[in-house]
Write a protein that binds this ligand. Structure first.
Ligand code: ATP
Ligand code: VIB
Length: 295
């Protein structure tokens, strides 16, 4: 378990959801392997399920970052799955104002005390004084990085989580970002840029309607569709660099070593056919899938 007070990150179990290969192969094997097979990275949105079936228990350790945009209705679920909870600056106002709205039958101050962030981080120009005071009194660590006006508050939060996670835990760490989409376009693009910048970390951008994460070109990907909460609409977008060839299975419009580039062909308005999608590409792709309106 993460001890939140001193930010020691927990040791993480190994299950099918971790990256398959862990021990470094011999150089000869590596050459053969790059020519023939790639390690598989598994993806599954089990953090959106109220109870995760025994055989689907992920090995991932979740951290949650709440941004300063509409709190998705399923945020309490993400909060429950996460072992570390951060607010990016004005994200703290969202937790303070909007968590009580999700529990209309409960006293607002009881809800606010139940959902106490571990850390509030950013340039702190958006958090309101009464929200700052409220969480300071509850013992939240408030980290002011006012001097840095060149990186976004989300970037600062992800860097903070990365720097506190022990090296051995990084492949099992998954950062859920709530309120990342559907707002100001410059912020949305900044949020997408952050997942590209931290491409070796699992970072998932979430809103009520969508989920986005990166599929690094270093792996073959298996996406386990949680049909009760996500799909069918999906997309695969080459971000930054054109793809000379991407191949998929499990989509209504599969790619077959197909070239894609921004300004040319990108795969939007695609659909998942079943419970398993595979993707392999020579460049990093954004995966996006619609979320169902359940909450
Ligand atoms: N409308 C929005 N849509 C998507 N993400 C947002 C939106 N507003 C804020 N965010 C995210 O929440 C983080 C914290 O927001 P906050 O408003 O505190 O940032 P800020 O740096 O003060 O923004 P601004 O550009 O308005 O000065 C941002 O770094 C961004 O990632
Ligand atoms: C080229 C360039 N464009 C915009 C900004 C502004 N900016 C980017 S991130 C950030 C912090 C937001 O909390 C601010 C103010 C910059 N510094 N450099």
């Amino acid at each position: 378990m993460w001890r939140r007070a001193d930010l020691v990150i927990p040791c993480i179990l190994k299950t099918p959801f971790s990256i398959a290969s862990t021990s470094p192969p011999s150089p000869r094997l590596l050459v053969n392997r790059t020519l023939t097979t790639m390690d598989t990275m598994h993806h599954s949105s089990t953090f959106l399920l109220p109870t995760v079936p025994e055989n689907q228990r992920p090995s991932l350790t979740y951290a949650l970052v709440v941004l300063n945009h509409n709190l998705p209705r399923f945020t309490p679920l993400l909060w429950k799955h996460a072992q570390l909870r951060l607010c990016a600056d004005g994200g703290a106002n969202r937790v303070y104002d909007e968590m009580p709205l999700l529990f209309p039958q409960e006293d607002a101050s009881v809800v606010r005390r139940r959902y106490k962030p571990d850390i509030i981080k950013g340039d702190l120009d958006s958090i309101r004084p009464e929200v700052h005071d409220f969480y300071t009194r509850l013992g939240t660590r408030i980290v002011d990085k006012t001097h840095d006006q060149d990186s976004t508050d989300l970037h600062k939060c992800i860097a903070c989580i990365r720097d506190f996670a022990p090296v051995s835990d990084k492949s099992n760490l998954c950062i859920l970002v709530a309120g990342a989409l559907g707002g100001r376009f410059d912020h949305e693009m900044g949020n997408v840029n952050v997942i590209c910048h931290f491409s070796s970390l699992r970072v998932i951008l979430l809103s009520d309607d969508n989920l986005i994460h990166l599929l690094p070109r270093t792996h073959r990907h298996e996406i386990h569709i949680q049909a009760s909460v996500e799909g069918p609409h999906c997309g695969l977008i080459p971000i930054g660099t054109p793809s000379k060839g991407s191949t998929t299975t499990g989509l209504r419009w599969d790619l077959n070593n197909t070239e894609m580039e921004f300004g040319g062909l990108v795969s939007t308005s695609n659909m998942v056919k079943g419970e398993r999608v595979t993707v392999q590409s020579d460049c990093n792709l954004l995966w996006t899938i619609s979320l169902k309106k359940l909450w």
